[in-house]
Design a protein around this ligand. Sequence first.
Ligand code: BTN
Length: 256
Amino acid sequence: MKIGEKVIHLPTCSSTNDVLRELAEQGEEDGVVVLAEEQTAGRGTKGRSWFSPRGKGLYLSVLLRPERESALFPLMAGVAVAEAIAEEYSLWVRLRWPNDLIWEAKKLGGILCESSFAGRKLSYVIIGIGLNLNQLEKDFPVPLRKTAVSLKMILQRDFLPEFVAGKIFTSLSRWYNIFQAGGDEQILKTVETLNVFQPGDEIAFTSKQGQVRGQFLGLDRYGRLVVRAQDIIRTFTSGEVLSPVSCLAPGEEGES
Ligand code: BTN
């Protein structure tokens, strides 16, 4: 099935990823989407919650049943969303490896990918996409006001979630086809172009092992972050890049 050919619209739900997981377990097909007007328990990466008030954002999850597992799924989804926004609104949103959609150092959206296995075989992947559409600064909880942005704050107009979702389905289908055809390199190249930090940049980075500061060298062929820290080259599959160090505000350096 094409991505978005079947969209299950919900006025409310806990988390579109959780609803879609139940449907996937019941055998729903590749390409099915759950789109909610609000989420009562929206989830972000690293166990965080995702602020999901009614009518303000786009909250959707896409079910994929690819042949192989890959760390490229969140990157592929990020590229697809950025490209959809660029094509429709001439707005060039950046990525912040591995999950964030960024506009001028503020977070416009994020991706939460969750894979499920039967033994060692991949059964399905759920790609959760959250995009801030119609919030004004005052609509965000106080702690997010300095770091979050919406399409409305950038373009001074309202956005229909279903319309934006349709554009994302088209773009995501294109990138998923590229992935299925083995186009990992094309995805990685596009991520590197759109990424907010570039090879050679000093980055501050929080990994499972704690805070790392080092020079970003690039992404390897698995989409892992390659960093030189204290003359040792290390690769990371997940984590959070705080910023290129050069972009941190005074006093922000080294904070997690
Ligand atoms: C992040 O932390 O940046 C990822 C945020 C992902 C949010 C989306 S909203 C739709 C889907 N359902 C969820 O509960 N989370 C994702």
